[in-house]
Design a protein around this ligand. Structure first.
Ligand code: HEC
Length: 166
């Protein structure tokens, strides 16, 4: 008889433990999904590339030739959305949400590897250019974008050079 009571208590106790631990793990999961949602919100707030991608070093020296090659690709492929002066105001981008990024404002704000990864992989309306462009083409574009912060030097045409007075 005493043995039976003990058994009943034991069974009841283990049920309590089971229910309690199930609740704990449910709470754990709940918190976990919250953390994930926050992470996603952050990514949505500003697009970030994987850390390893951002850490990659740019193998192409940022010289006039590279920037000029980047500017050429930009004028052909990117200007429609990102705009004439890379302010994110191209005609094809007007109805997009999110809008094409103001690349001039972004210039110098991210690592070369970060820009390169974004150009290669795309997101939403922004195409993944790795199917169209070679890695070096992309690094030239990165050099062009990183140079935009220098007061649009990248956009200076020969015309400007000619009118420059000493
Ligand atoms: C069809 C319109 C369109 C074209 C063409 C386009 N982009 Fe974009 N681009 C976007 C949009 C939209 C975003 C914002 C995407 C987002 O945040 O989800 C973007 C984002 C970017 C970013 C990310 C900036 C940052 O740090 O957040 C870079 C870099 C970029 N574009 C470069 C380029 C380059 C270089 C080209 C040409 C090879 C190009 N884009 C062509 C629409 C376009």
């Amino acid at each position: 008889m005493l043995k039976n009571i003990n058994l009943t208590i034991l069974v009841a106790f283990s049920m309590v433990v089971t229910v309690f631990s199930a609740r704990l793990s449910a709470e754990g999961k709940h918190e976990h999904s919250h953390a994930k949602a926050n992470q996603q919100e952050q990514v949505e707030a500003h697009w970030t590339s994987p850390k390893e991608a951002a850490e990659r070093t740019n193998p192409i020296k940022s010289d006039e030739d590279s920037i000029a090659r980047g500017a050429k690709s930009y004028t052909t492929l990117c200007v429609s959305c990102h705009g004439e002066k890379a302010l994110g105001d191209g005609v094809a981008g007007a109805s997009l949400d999110p809008k094409p990024t103001n690349l001039k404002a972004m210039s110098g704000g991210h690592k070369d590897g970060d820009f390169a990864w974004k150009i290669a992989n795309g997101r939403g309306a922004m195409a993944a250019w790795k199917t169209t462009l070679s890695e070096n083409d992309i690094w030239d574009l990165v050099n062009f974008i990183q140079d935009l912060k220098n007061e649009g030097k990248s956009f200076q045409s020969e015309h400007n050079h000619n009118t420059h007075k000493h």
